[in-house]
Every structure is written in structure tokens, then in C-alpha cells.
Design a protein around this ligand. Structure first.
Ligand SMILES: [Zn+2]
Length: 562
């Protein structure tokens, strides 16, 4: 029976002291026996409930989606901070955790909401006493709302029955957009990165394929240009997390991958009968990108063939373990951040400090041999569906085998570039400059004509991909750099590499980079076979004569909203 109140009185303020756990909000999966995932309205309601309970959290929006939805964030730390400068003053690692970038992959969103609630109301000390958490539970909010049966939107997944789609409302895959930043969601995300400068970025996904024996698989930044955060995450954080997930949380986890026999195609050596191969090293993927910014990034992929409750459980445990390990390693991580930022500052002043930047790479040819757990799947002899996410006519057997096989989990550089003192762009390339600034890169402008020693790139060939990808025909250039005096017109844009994101600058602007601005067609109008690439390399900025420059801020900072 319903009791309808004719005139709703304002709710009385909650009593002082910690709220009664019975009043804590519950996520939609918790309320439905894990049969349903949160809609956008559920996420907003959950966060509003935390606010109504006066949970010590700061609430804001990173920006709006195509369809005008605010993308909420929550900040949790003890003591609470609500601005980037307050967070910086605490001197702790800042951890940015994002759920729902692929909106059919739902458990990151629901796990993150539950974890924020449980950490913030916990009486005992926890990770919030040693880190600052920025949680963005529903990044692809528009994709989340395109609910359809999982058999349509997420064919490889064991429920829930209704889920959103992978792409955003522009039909862009947000996890291929981190370089070109064509989606408002990506631009909001990059603005958050530049404003808060998180030490660690965690991106929550669900696998979509191989039948393996792990509740969750993970990856650091795979770019060989991620010399700080990539290597540290791979060698110092993830092995500890793997052990803790097994011992403390009861989940077997492993490096992200798929079986070579499942035909994803990364390993081209056909003499390899079976192996375990990771995905891609290019920065169009968020966690690879974030490593090139000199920071730590962790990709989390819950096992798509596990039911929703277990996927939420493994993701919850993994994020919780990340937060506490980052808290324990606080000093090491802050020092890594400082080294990543200070190293490029010496470029151009001290040639010894020059660090090569890997701008193209390939998967290692010499994999490690490791034990990988595989589940046997057998034919049913008919076309029946045995479990959502399992192909028709096949059934899982529950028989797991540990197989020793080559593990291709890392990449090696195939093209290194030495950072010049600066790159110089022609005055008309304002779209590229806007994009660089969005990436947190400082760009100056020359007032007068300027002559300098440097190099320009002669284009020998332009290779345009036949098949469109994300609305682009990707462009690859081949050619050679020629040394000589360069004449740079007034109003040229100057990008010194002696700034915190020096490696990213090289990655984005080198013409032969495998995922720079050239690939995404931003220079197309200026490219001609036998012609010169529009961006020049300059060796020495100190000889810039008297040309005055105007300093430009690297990006506009989003303001916290309530
Ligand atoms: Zn995904």
C-alpha cells in the first residue's frame, strides 16, 4: 500500500555523528540481486543520497556529454579537499578512477559507487587517509542510457540482461579518442588530467573474449615511451596487486590478454601454436596515453564470462587494493611524478639529459614463458545458448588447465626520436595548437620572423589507410629529416620540449609517430609527396634573438561544481 503525502515537508537534517548504516544508499545491482546495472539517474540518486547523509565528499562535474548530461565526479580524502591546489598541498598521490568508458561494460560504475560509500563511511583508517581519490563512475553517460539486451549490446558478456553501448552518442569509441580528443567526454577528461594532475589513472573495463581462469586482468601503460609510470606499474605495483588479490581477496588475476588461438592477430608469428597476447601500445587508448604523460596508469578488465556480482566483486577488490598500495607507496610515487616532470626540463640545456622517446613500437619478439590458466569449452552438438556471452553451440566445461605458453605482454621501440629544443608550427595550425593545449602542453607564439638552426622533414610517401577507423583514414608518413637553417614566419607557434610533458610533445608532433596528430588527419591539407612537413625541429631556443613571445596558459581548468 502506498502512502501519498499531500505536501512534502523538507526532510529533517540527519542527526550528528556517523549515519546509521541502514541509511546508506545501495547501488541498483545491490537492490536487484545483481540482475540490473545502474542507469544514469540511479548514479545521480546514489550520489545525492551520499550528499544528503553529509558524507565528507566533494561533488562536481568534469563536463557535459553530447546529450548534455553532466559527468559527475566525487572526491574523497581525509581531510577532504575540493580543489586541485588543496589536493596538491596535501602532498599525497592523487588517484583518478574512471568507470563505464565502454558503457556496456557496467561493473566498474557500480563497484566504484559502492567502494566510495564504504570507504567514506568507514570508521577505521583506510586508503582515504593517505591518498586523494577522484572517482568518475559514469564517464560514458550517453552510452550508458542506450539500454538494450546484452545479446545485442555486449555479445561476449554474462549479463546483466540490459546494458548500454560501447560508443558515445557520436558513435566514437572513447578509448580510441585520447589523442585526437573529438568527444566532449575526452576533452573533459583531458581538462581534469591537466587541472588535477593525478599521479595514477585507473580505467575500468570488462574483457570480451577468451575463456581464461582469471577474475580480472590488468595492464600498465604499454607504450615504450612511458618510461616512468609504465615500468613502475608493471614491475613494482602490479605483481604486488596480483599477490594481494589472491591472498586477501580470493581472486586470481593476471596480465590482460587473449589467447593467440582466438585470433586477435597481435602476434603475427604463425609458428606460435598458442600464446597469450596483450592488446596495443598506442596512446589512443587512455591508459597507454596516461603513461606518456609520465604518470602511472592501470587498465582493469573484469572477466566478461563471470556473472555480474562476481565482476563487481573483483573490480571492487582490485580498486581497493590499488588505492591502499598507492597509499603505502606514496613517497615513491610522488618522487616518480617529480622525476618524470623534471627530466624534460633539462632538455636543450644539457645534452646528457636527453632521453629518447619511442614513437613507434611492436610487440616483443622474445616473450616470457609463463603458466596461463585456460578453460576448456566444448561443442554442444546443436545451436543452443548455454550461457549469455558464450557462442551458440558451445558450453563451458568448468575444466581449467594451466598451460605453459609464451606471454606477449610488452612492446619494444622500433623508432626512437631525440627531442629537439622545440618544435615550431606554422601560424595557420591553430587547430593543432588548440589540441596541444588541451593535452596540457604550453605553446608560445613568436611575434617576429625568426631564423634558427634546425631540421625539416621531407615527405617521401603518404600512406593513407583504405578502411576508415573512427571516422578517419589514418595517415602514415615516410621521409627524412634534413638539417639546415629554418626561416620561421611571424606568429609561428613554438612548443619547447623543456616542459613536464616533453615526451608527449615528441609523441604527438613527430611525423612518423604511430599515434600523433598526423595520423588523425590534422595536417592533411599541408601534406604533399616531396614536400615538407609543416612542423620544424629547432635545436637551440636561446638563439631566438629578441623575438618576444606571449605566454599562453596550457589549458582552462574546470571549476568544481555542486
Ligand atoms: Zn572496454
Amino acid at each position: 500500500m502506498f502512502v501519498v503525502m499531500a505536501c512534502a515537508a523538507p526532510a529533517p537534517p540527519p542527526p550528528p555523528g556517523p549515519p546509521n548504516p541502514a541509511a546508506f544508499p545501495r547501488t541498483r545491482p545491490e537492490l536487484t540481486g545483481y540482475r540490473e546495472t545502474s542507469h544514469y539517474a540511479d548514479v545521480r540518486k546514489f550520489l545525492d543520497s551520499l550528499r544528503a547523509l553529509r558524507a565528507p565528499l566533494a561533488f562536481g562535474s568534469i563536463g557535459r556529454t553530447n546529450e548534455g548530461r553532466e559527468i559527475p565526479y566525487v572526491i574523497a580524502s581525509r581531510p577532504l579537499v575540493s580543489t586541485p591546489s588543496e589536493a596538491k598541498r596535501l602532498g599525497r598521490p592523487i588517484v583518478y578512477v574512471q568507470g563505464n568508458i565502454h558503457a556496456g561494460e557496467v561493473e566498474g560504475k557500480d563497484a566504484l559507487l559502492a567502494l566510495v560509500r564504504d570507504l567514506v563511511f568507514a570508521a577505521k583508517p583506510n586508503a582515504l587517509d593517505s591518498i586523494v581519490l577522484i572517482a568518475v563512475p559514469i564517464y560514458n553517460a550517453d552510452g550508458n542510457e542506450r539500454f538494450a539486451p546484452q545479446s545485442v549490446n555486449r555479445t561476449e558478456q554474462n549479463g546483466p540482461e540490459m546494458v548500454g553501448i560501447r560508443a558515445n552518442a557520436q558513435n566514437l569509441d572513447l578509448n580510441r579518442d585520447y589523442v585526437k580528443a573529438e568527444a566532449p567526454e575526452t576533452r573533459a577528461s583531458l581538462a581534469m588530467f591537466s587541472a588535477w594532475d593525478p599521479d595514477v589513472f585507473v580505467d575500468l573495463h570488462t574483457t570480451d573474449g577468451s575463456f581464461h581462469g582469471y577474475a580480472l586482468t590488468y595492464s600498465p601503460s604499454l607504450s615504450p615511451a612511458a618510461v616512468f609510470g609504465g615500468v613502475y606499474a608493471r614491475d613494482s605495483l602490479l605483481p604486488v596487486l596480483r599477490e594481494r588479490m589472491r591472498v586477501r581477496d580470493g581472486f586470481e588475476v593476471f596480465d590482460y590478454g587473449n589467447f593467440v588461438s582466438d585470433g586477435r592477430g597481435l602476434v603475427s608469428d604463425t609458428t606460435v601454436p598458442e600464446g597469450w597476447e596483450t592488446y596495443d601500445s598506442r596512446p589512443r587508448f587512455g591508459t597507454n596515453y596516461y603513461g606518456i604523460r609520465g604518470r602511472i596508469a592501470i587498465l582493469s578488465e573484469a572477466y566478461s564470462h563471470d556473472p555480474l556480482e562476481r565482476r563487481i566483486g573483483s573490480t571492487y577488490a582490485f580498486v581497493k587494493e590499488i588505492l591502499s598500495l598507492v597509499g603505502e607507496k606514496s613517497a615513491a610515487i610522488k618522487s616518480l611524478t617529480a622525476r618524470a616532470d623534471s627530466q624534460p626540463l633539462a632538455w636543450g640545456r644539457a645534452p646528457d639529459s636527453l632521453q629518447l622517446v619511442a614513437v613507434r613500437s611492436e610487440v616483443v619478439a622474445t616473450p616470457r614463458m609463463m603458466d596461463v590458466i585456460k578453460e576448456d569449452v566444448e561443442k554442444t552438438g546443436d545451436s543452443s545458448l548455454t550461457q549469455p556471452g558464450v557462442p551458440r553451440g558451445e558450453r563451458r566445461t568448468g575444466r581449467y588447465r594451466t598451460v605453459r605458453m609464451p606471454v606477449y605482454d610488452r612492446f619494444t621501440s622500433t623508432l626512437d626520436r631525440t627531442p629537439p629544443a622545440a618544435y615550431v608550427l606554422p601560424p595557420e595550425d591553430t587547430a593543432v595548437v588548440t589540441l596541444l593545449r588541451l593535452h596540457g602542453i604550453r605553446v608560445d607564439r613568436a611575434d617576429t620572423l625568426w631564423r634558427a638552426r634546425g631540421e625539416s622533414f621531407v615527405i617521401d610517401s603518404i600512406i593513407t589507410a583504405q578502411r576508415p577507423f573512427q571516422g578517419h583514414h589514418e595517415v602514415r608518413l615516410k621521409g627524412r629529416w634534413e638539417r639546415g637553417p629554418q626561416t620561421l614566419p611571424p606568429k609561428s607557434f613554438i612548443v619547447s620540449t623543456a616542459q613536464a610533458r616533453g615526451s608527449l610533445i615528441v609523441y604527438l608532433l613527430e611525423p612518423e609517430s604511430d599515434d600523433g596528430v598526423t595520423i588523425w588527419n590534422l595536417f592533411d591539407k599541408e601534406l604533399q609527396k616531396g614536400g615538407r612537413f609543416p612542423v620544424k625541429r629547432i635545436f637551440d631556443l636561446s638563439r631566438r634573438g629578441r623575438a618576444a613571445t606571449r605566454r599562453s596558459s596550457s589549458s582552462t581548468l574546470p571549476q568544481p561544481e555542486n
